[in-house]
Ligand binder design. Structure first.
Ligand SMILES: Nc1ncnc2c1ncn2[C@@H]1O[C@H](COP(=O)(O)OP(=O)(O)OP(=O)(O)O)[C@@H](O)[C@H]1O
Ligand SMILES: [Mg+2]
Length: 147
């Protein structure tokens, strides 16, 4: 596990950029942490590294947002409001695609998550401080080590 400390929103975006620089099409990133931990903020950094120019913000009313990037596209999933698994939601569409797939609230779909992924755990210390723990599972161990 790699641990980073962030003292501001900007620092979290920079950490996201470092991670994004090491991601490839078809990669899966799980974002774990409470409300306002910084999951969407770190996604902004990942998107920046992928060459996404559109502003990334919480997909509040849609479960999935899809961004074009000059280096790689991005699927940003926020499963907070996913009310159990239903037929309308097909994860296969988003993982193993030609994009990077970032998932907020992945435990909503624990049963169908892939075996290998990069997990980012964000913990709120106080208003501006966050602890960010990165854990690469399977082939993502190398990415974790490269950070
Ligand atoms: N060091 C920091 N890193 C990230 N965000 C920070 C930091 N310090 C303060 N913040 C603030 O915390 C909030 C994080 O919001 P963000 O939308 O990224 O959280 P989230 O984990 O995606 O929440 P949700 O579960 O509601 O989607 C923002 O308002 C941001 O400005
Ligand atoms: Mg969010």
């Amino acid at each position: 596990m790699k641990t980073f400390k962030s003292n501001s929103q900007e620092e979290t975006i920079e950490i996201g950029q470092k991670i994004g620089n090491l991601l490839n099409p078809g990669d899966t990133v799980l974002l774990v942490g409470d409300l306002s931990a910084g999951k969407t903020t770190i996604t902004k950094g990942i998107g920046k590294a992928l060459g996404v120019t559109k502003i990334i913000n919480s997909p509040t009313f849609t479960i999935v947002k899809d961004y074009i990037g000059s280096k790689c596209g991005l699927y940003h999933l926020d499963l907070y409001r996913l009310n159990g698994l239903n037929n309308d939601f097909d994860l296969e569409e988003y993982i193993d695609s030609d994009r990077v797939c970032v998932i907020e609230w992945p435990h909503q779909i624990d049963e169908i998550l892939p075996d290998e992924y990069l997990e980012i755990n964000l913990k709120r210390i106080d208003e501006n401080q966050r602890i960010i723990e990165i854990n690469g599972v399977g082939r993502y161990k190398k990415l974790e080590e490269a950070l």
